[in-house]
Design a protein around this ligand. Structure first.
Ligand SMILES: NC(=O)CC[C@H](N)C(=O)O
Length: 450
């Protein structure tokens, strides 16, 4: 593996800024930041760092699936920095930089089950057709008061009046003002990390917010979304707040999504979802049909935990189907209003808990399979699909979603067998832990049975 060396300008920037270290970092399958910290001069000198390749498939409970999914001898992979992502770490007290890395196996190939590799694989499929996906993720999240006890329900933070929000206050400005110091820090962090945000709004739940990222290249946006989620957490910690990106942290309140807006452009930058006359193109229909055919089999990549599925209740704007329709929030695949250049598909399935690399890879990948196979979509939905008898339902537990995934070849076709087996194995480890717990509900109601 050849050394990756920062250019003169980057080296000078690291020295002038007084960065002591550089974090070589990547997202594991759960979307957690993993990696190693290297002294600045070692990084400038191109020192290569290795890490156990299994780190990329660490489960959210910190366990690894069986060895045979990643190599009996527990081999290494190399962390290959993507120097275009070199940034200051906004939350560091001592100046520090970070750089996002690809995990590369010792034979020089991208580690197949590392999430950034999976996205790159799908993007290469598009590039081979002269196409580039353009995406814009929208992130919802809750801000709670810090509380170290996971057995306690989350509480909204006390605001300037001393009161906590109770919810159902969409689009209000009051709490944005109350949490101004936190949001200002998030804003500054975004500037430092090169994250371009668009709208910021109060969502429906108590202290629930949504921040939309500006559209752009899919790999750049996956990197930004990953860094943005990390930034939210770190900024919350500095303000004594607990930013939570679970899909459904509060019973009876809306869940948090990560809607993905997607379009495709050709080499001249034209949106190929529209034809020469500005109408819906054949490619647009194949893309939608691919999503309709494959999303139900790719659900664990959009909704990765048992909690993810609690979000899908009718009436709280979370989809339960893969219908598509123009300007319709009761469908899983919404086509927002806009001119031919803005024609895009909004995939509303992913939760905020999804790994941005994997959910983008799976969503764009499903579209690519639709294009490759020339699939045709259903007729567009009209009206409120939640109320329609034939409103097709998606798997509504991780167990069912995993079974659907394992019974189909969608993941294997997109990401290869190594990813497919390793990802399923990670989910099985997590499900074993989940099913091993006795919940407060069981203790409350079942303890009274004779
Ligand atoms: N912004 C919205 O459309 C709300 C989405 C909803 N919170 C969900 O979980 O999907």
């Amino acid at each position: 593996m050849y050394p990756v060396v920062p250019n003169t300008e980057q080296s000078q920037w690291l020295r002038e800024r007084g960065c002591r270290d550089v974090e070589l970092c990547f997202a594991d399958v759960s979307g957690f930041a993993r990696g190693k910290t290297l002294p600045r001069e070692a990084f400038i000198g191109g020192q290569t760092l290795r890490i156990a390749r299994a780190v990329a498939i660490q489960s959210c409970v910190g366990e690894f699936p069986d060895y045979h999914f990643y190599g009996e001898n527990d081999p290494d992979a190399t962390l290959r920095p993507d120097l275009a992502t070199l940034r200051p770490v906004p939350w560091a007290a001592t100046p520090r930089a970070l750089v996002l890395c690809d995990c590369v196996d010792l034979d020089g190939e991208l580690t197949p089950f590392a999430p950034r590799s999976a996205l790159k694989r799908v993007l290469a499929g598009y590039a081979a057709r002269g196409l580039q996906p353009i995406v814009a993720p929208e992130l919802e999240f809750y801000i709670f008061a810090a509380n170290p006890d996971p057995a306690q329900p989350f509480q909204a933070p006390a605001l300037r009046s001393g009161r906590c929000e109770v919810g159902f206050d969409s689009f209000s400005f009051t709490t944005l003002n109350d949490l101004e110091a936190f949001f200002d820090d998030v804003y500054r962090g975004c500037e430092q990390l090169g994250i371009a945000t668009d709208t910021w709004v109060h969502e429906m739940g108590p202290s629930q917010f949504e921040i939309n990222l500006k559209h752009g290249d899919a790999l750049a946006l996956a990197d930004q979304t990953f860094l943005f989620k990390t930034l939210l957490k770190e900024t919350g910690n500095r303000h004594g707040l607990n930013v939570v990106c679970m899909a459904k942290p509060l019973a009876g309140q809306p869940g948090s999504s990560m809607h993905l807006h997607q379009s495709l452009v050709d080499r001249d930058g034209n949106n190929v979802f529209s034809d020469r006359h500005g109408n819906e193109s054949a490619l647009f229909h194949h893309f939608i049909a691919g999503l309709q055919a494959h999303l139900p089999k790719l659900m664990p990549l959009f909704c990765p935990s048992p909690n993810s599925y609690r979000r899908f209740v009718k009436g709280l704007a979370a989809p339960v189907n893969v219908s598509w329709g123009l300007d319709n929030r009761s469908v899983g695949l919404r086509i927002p209003q806009g001119g031919p250049e803005a024609r895009r598909v909004e995939n509303r399935l992913p939760g905020c808990d999804a790994n941005p690399y994997l959910s983008l890879a799976a969503s764009l990948g499903a579209g690519l399979l639709g294009i490759e196979d020339g699939l045709q979509p259903s007729a567009p939905a009209q009206g409120n699909v939640f109320k329609q008898a034939d409103c097709e339902l998606l798997p509504n537990t991780l167990d069912a979603a995993l079974a659907a995934m394992q019974g189909a070849d969608s993941v294997g076709r997109l990401f290869g067998e190594a990813f497919s087996l390793a990802y399923a194995a990670v989910k099985e480890v997590e499900l074993q832990h989940f099913h091993g717990e006795i919940t407060p509900w069981e203790r409350r109601y079942l303890s009274v049975l004779a």
